[in-house]
Design a protein around this ligand. Structure first.
Ligand SMILES: Nc1nc2c(c(=O)[nH]1)N[C@H]1C(S)=C(S)[C@@H](COP(=O)(O)O)O[C@H]1N2
Ligand SMILES: [Mo]
Length: 436
């Protein structure tokens, strides 16, 4: 496959192919269609341009297919446009998390809201013509534009916490496959929209219906027409609760394209996967929904405690519902150095469908604990902010640990509750601080 180019470089044909037609090259070499965003990224933008954009040379440029985007340029090319400081975990599908110290705000700015995509987001969406279908087991199937939602239903704004079921997976040992989220697949933005329950009431949910099914406009990675990357649902009883929104605004502006513009579900306290983005349809079913990522082991955990590494049969997995009690330290940043012994420690805490009743911090590896001041949530479904003034007794290395307890008495554990797919890691957050 190697050939001599005019300049005498030895380059495999893949590079020529990518330069000429990145979409076809992706199909041929990857067996799927290139992300439209990156069509011909380096096509026409020779190496000199890329070098200039990167601010330095790319020594292994010969190995870099021109259909790809250098991760460092992902921002400039648009995939992380409007996001600030996120760590890219994967670029196809796009997955990016927020370092804890950038989650310090009480309400998460859109620029700091993580991105978890299972497929390829729709492009050039038109909010004015976007339609949401409500059908399946309902008395009055409906098609609603965003204008209809605004005029027919109460419009509410709520701060709502979304956490990916796999947040914290990176710390599993033995490791679990999937995005290696550390701490930052969680956020609490202000969402404006209508209550799902109001829309479902207007549609008239039939008695036989037990589960919702959610459909979005994103494409499967294979590019196969009609194949959904993810379609999840929830029990009708959950869908009828007060805090679930069909949202068209995030922090007072249209949704960010990567957070589901122009319309999404926001289901606080349950795995983020319930919060379908680019929402086009909700249908009601008389069975537990069996869409992609609802079945098998996806978003499921063993129905009993298991040993790390233990093999668990499919039949012993159950669907994750509420997310467990958890807290995050957002200040100081881990690795920080302080020249003062007195520091303020801050963060958030949440527990799916419950309230957090206390947060405690420790600077002596959990021997003694100090109560933090814990705010009430601004509304149900929002995380709770907390802060504590701690005093480091002498110079040296310290770890700050935080532990939340919820109103059912459940506390964050020290150790990870290992499970095969790496979900629900709510072990305590630790940050390192040097007093010098
Ligand atoms: N249509 C669609 N909705 C989706 C997803 C997706 O890939 N496609 N990912 C889900 C998952 S797994 C999570 S954790 C949340 C993440 O929301 P965010 O990307 O806005 O942070 O969106 C959910 N909704
Ligand atoms: Mo997720």
């Amino acid at each position: 496959m190697n050939r001599q180019t005019k300049k005498g470089d030895v380059r495999p044909d893949i590079f020529e192919f990518y330069e000429q037609d990145p979409v076809e090259a992706d199909k041929a070499f990857l067996g799927r269609v290139a992300h439209k965003n990156r069509r011909g990224f380096l096509k026409g933008a020779g190496l000199a341009t890329v070098g200039a954009l990167l601010g330095t040379a790319m020594p292994f440029h010969r190995n870099f297919p021109s259909g790809l985007i250098p991760v460092a340029l992902a921002d400039e090319n648009g995939v992380l446009a409007g996001k600030d400081g996120l760590t890219l975990l994967n670029d196809r599908p796009l997955n990016a998390e927020t370092p804890p110290h950038l989650l310090d705000d009480a309400i998460t700015p859109t620029a700091r809201h993580f991105i978890r995509n299972n497929g390829i987001p729709p492009e050039d969406v038109d909010p004015a013509s976007w339609e949401l279908t409500i059908d399946g087991l309902v008395d009055n199937p409906m098609k609603l534009t965003i204008a209809d939602l605004k005029s027919k239903f109460d419009v509410v704004t709520m701060a709502l916490t979304i956490e990916c079921g796999g947040n914290g997976r990176a710390f599993f040992n033995p490791p679990a496959k999937g995005n290696q989220w550390t701490y930052g697949a969680v956020a609490c933005s202000n969402w404006t929209g209508v209550r799902l329950k109001d829309v479902l009431k207007a549609a008239g949910v039939k008695k036989e219906a037990i589960y919702t099914a959610h459909v979005g406009a994103d494409e499967h990675l294979s590019g196969k027409e009609g194949k959904l990357p993810i379609s999840r649902g929830m029990p009708v009883e959950k869908a009828m609760t007060d805090d679930i929104l069909i949202a068209f605004e995030q922090n007072g502006k249209p949704l960010h394209p990567m957070n589901g513009a122009p319309l999404r579900l926001v289901v606080p306290g349950w795995p983020g996967s319930c919060s379908q983005k680019w929402l086009t349809r909700i249908y009601l079913r008389d069975i537990v929904h069996d869409g992609p990522k609802m079945t098998g082991k996806a978003y499921r955990v063993p129905n009993r405690p298991v040993e790390p590494g233990e093999k668990v049969e499919k039949k012993d997995f159950e669907i994750i519902e509420r997310m467990p009690v958890k807290s995050l330290i957002t200040a100081p940043a881990t690795g920080a150095t302080t020249d003062k012994g007195k520091i303020e420690v801050r963060g958030h805490a949440w527990s799916g469908d419950r309230m957090v009743s206390s947060v405690e911090v420790s600077i002596d590896f959990g021997v003694t604990w100090q109560k933090a001041t814990l705010d009430k949530p601004v509304n149900s479904g929002a995380w709770q902010n907390w802060r504590a003034n701690v005093e480091l007794p002498e110079k040296g290395y310290f770890e700050i640990w935080a532990k939340a307890v919820d109103d059912a008495g459940e506390a964050q554990p020290h150790a990870i509750n290992w499970n095969p797919k790496g979900y629900l890691n709510n072990s305590m957050h630790r940050v390192a601080v040097r007093y010098s």
